[in-house]
Design a protein around this ligand. Sequence first.
Ligand code: GEK
Length: 245
Amino acid sequence: MPKPPRKDIIYSRPHDMLVDFKFNEHVADVFPDMIRRSVPGYENLITLIGLMAQEYVTAGSNIYDLGCSLGAATLSMRHRIPHTNCRMIAVDNSSAMLERCEKIIGRDTSPVPVELVCADIQDINIQNASMVVLNFTLQFLSPDQRLSLLHKIYQGLLPGGVLVLSEKLVFSDNDEQALLDTLHLDFKKANGYSDMEISQKRSALENVLIPDTLQQHQDRLHAAGFVTAYQWFQCFNFASLIVIK
Ligand code: GEK
């Protein structure tokens, strides 16, 4: 029997010295609880990414989940892919995440093969892809490395293939930023995070998660070669684009 997800209490005690956030074993152990209580709309996104796989994945193609963590998007797509001759490639550079992901995927009985790769997403080959998912991963790359990854994805996608890009956003309009910050804070408090947990996590993520505006994303996607990028989802300051080659 799989164990129930453990509660995220990582920042519930004062940390003397706050170090930058890392996807280590402590985070991997509580990750489902952490992301569900921190990212509004996450569970909907996971379900809907599965539906997109049903629509866009083509026979004999590859599907990439870049920054797969525990494989939630991989599994959602795997259950919906209407072909068995596809190959899924789930990539994460956190061995703690990938070890747990392997166990979760191992318990799943869907017939579509999944290859787990412990690597930096900047170092892998992308080819013959009908679908690539970056579900809250691009924001963890340093901003100057983001365009070359998107360019590589563009090159590896088949014509008509899709990239799903979900990110935390920042807003150039100060009022919009303040409003969505407040609502996100309310969301985390309503999910049981204390002021101290929220503020310690915010500091730990400061140099690690660097969000862009929607316009920066659109401009970068165009620079990478994509012409069509539609925003299809937003929940407070978290959004997702479907980008079609
Ligand atoms: C989900 N997509 O559940 N190379 C490989 N992996 C990376 C890199 C990199 N350069 N940088 C970060 N990661 C998942 C959620 S979480 C989002 C994605 C969050 C990995 C990192 O180890 C972590 O597992 C994941 O990207 C980001 O749908 O925690 O907010």
